[in-house]
Design a protein around this ligand. Structure first.
Ligand code: HEC
Length: 174
């Protein structure tokens, strides 16, 4: 007659019995905590306060600006600053001053990303660096020509989009 050939430690036997019960217990608790968190989150997310809505719209607007900034970067900046913005674009070699690694703007400033300063630096019509000659084009002027506009707000928005994009690619590590 056949005997049962299941190994004795199959399934629910006592291999690590207490440990397993404990971990099952911990798992249950984790699941409980997780489902409560999901509930809380759901409540928070569906509580449609004007502030929450404004925040959503804000985020969307920022994402849109980052996207547009990235597109402008490809057209106007990467020849010097490179595909990955690391300062190694195809014309970098012929410049007197090497183009900056734009993923390290914050790293060069003790982790701060000074939005306004970077805006003005790119714009270039105000000499924020305090030395008249720079190898970087004066984008404030260039965008007026490129976008065929005399409207400063259009130019300002284009530069702002670029700054949002740059802020989104900052590396924090060494
Ligand atoms: C003709 C080459 C060239 C092009 C094109 C160019 N840059 Fe630059 N950029 C430079 C050089 C060179 C520097 C180094 C600073 C200087 O020239 O005084 C620089 C510096 C910068 C800095 C300063 C970084 C820091 O940490 O201080 C920013 C920001 C910047 N570029 C953004 C841009 C953006 C955005 C574009 C595209 C709209 C762009 N650059 C296009 C050459 C270029």
């Amino acid at each position: 007659m056949e005997t049962c050939v299941l190994p004795s430690n199959w399934g629910f036997t006592n291999i690590g019995g207490t440990a397993m019960r404990n971990s099952a217990h911990t798992l249950k608790r984790k699941l409980l905590v997780a489902s409560i968190s999901v509930l809380v989150l759901a409540v928070v997310l569906t509580t449609d306060t004007p502030a929450a809505r404004a925040q959503d719209v804000d985020d969307e607007r920022v994402m849109e600006r980052i996207g547009r900034g990235r597109a402008s970067y490809r057209v106007y900046c990467r020849s010097c600053h490179g595909n990955q913005a690391r300062g190694d674009g195809i014309v970098a070699d012929v410049l007197k001053i090497p183009p900056s690694d734009l993923t390290r703007i914050s790293a060069r400033r003790e982790g701060e990303f000074p939005f306004e300063e970077i805006r003005e630096l790119i714009d270039g019509r105000k000499d924020v660096q305090g030395h008249g000659n720079r190898d970087m084009p004066i984008w404030g002027d260039a965008f007026k020509v490129a976008t065929d506009t005399q409207d400063d707000a259009v130019v300002a928005e284009k530069i702002t989009q670029l700054v949002y994009f740059l802020r989104s690619i900052q590396e924090t590590g060494e």
